[in-house]
Ligand binder design. Sequence first.
Ligand code: SAM
Ligand code: DTB
Ligand code: SF4
Length: 319
Amino acid sequence: MHLTRIDASAVLAIYEQPFPELAFAAITAHRASFDPLAIQRSTLLSVKTGGCSEDCGYCAQSARRETHVRPEPLAQLDEVVAAARAAKAEGATRFCMGAAWRGVKDGPAFERVLAMVREVNALGMESCVTLGALQPHQAQALRDAGLQYYNHNLDTSRAYYPQVVSTHAYDDRLQTLERARAAGLKLCCGGIVGMGESRNDRVALIAELAAMESPPESVPVNLLVPIEGTPLAERATFDPIELVRTVATLRIVLPSSHIRLAAGRSEMSAELQTLCFLLGANSIFSGDRLLTTENAALDSDAALFAALGMHAETGSESR
Ligand code: SAM
Ligand code: DTB
Ligand code: SF4
């Protein structure tokens, strides 16, 4: 069942239920659509790092900030294929390539990204790219190259977005999502918690995702990775129960989407990750690195899955 046009007050009522009620509803929804033992795994690669024109307050890759990131040109095709092969060998079913662009420009760089997509598909992995804003013909070219998923996050509520980003607008993000959908791409779209937003902002983001004409198949929930040199470097620690409520509410309102416990997992205890998996998170980023920061270690993921009697989804199970 997909609850269409659910509004923020209905989402808030779900989110604020007494925890045992929220947990029961989330577990029930999870079991109705998914094998509760299986976790899908995607591996990230930054194919074009840093030097971005935008001013997203959380991001290490904005050219407007002094961070640990050294800008790098677009990766060569053979490096990307080698990284995708390694990710497949480690058991990831999806390979996600990220570029620190405001948006795609037609030309040789985009042609190379299209070639990367074709090569990842040829390995039998699902492909995902995140390249910023798209024109309709660029979305179509990605689809024609065989791309399955386009990642483009709304990141927070419409109201809080201007506090975090000033160089593009919330409606620009929605327009790119519509263009990707119109080209037949699956959507990976979620947000970041821990940026100083309120509970109402988290709820408004969830309502925004649930109200989309065709909601995203994949919803990353990133916990802010504080980056030195950015305006959000000094954020106070985030209440872990709010993270669990966010995951559980997403599971209830988007019952057939994969909910990904995305960035920030290396700072989460095994107990916190376990609660998230129990209440509906069924995807993670696996591998040593995210884009410019470290990810949770592969061996600690394997140890946690073993302790919980859970396992990684294989390609044939992923949608
Ligand atoms: N430039 C493209 C864009 O903005 O869509 C793609 C790359 S951007 C780095 C992809 C997403 O990574 C962001 O929308 C945000 O959700 C996430 N992200 C980036 N930096 C982060 C951080 N420090 N902590 C948590 N999530 C982060
Ligand atoms: C998403 O939602 N999270 C990923 C992916 N989509 C592209 C990126 C996380 C980045 C974390 C900070 C960094 O490594 O720079
Ligand atoms: Fe650029 Fe994307 Fe980072 Fe914003 S989130 S600064 S658009 S790379």
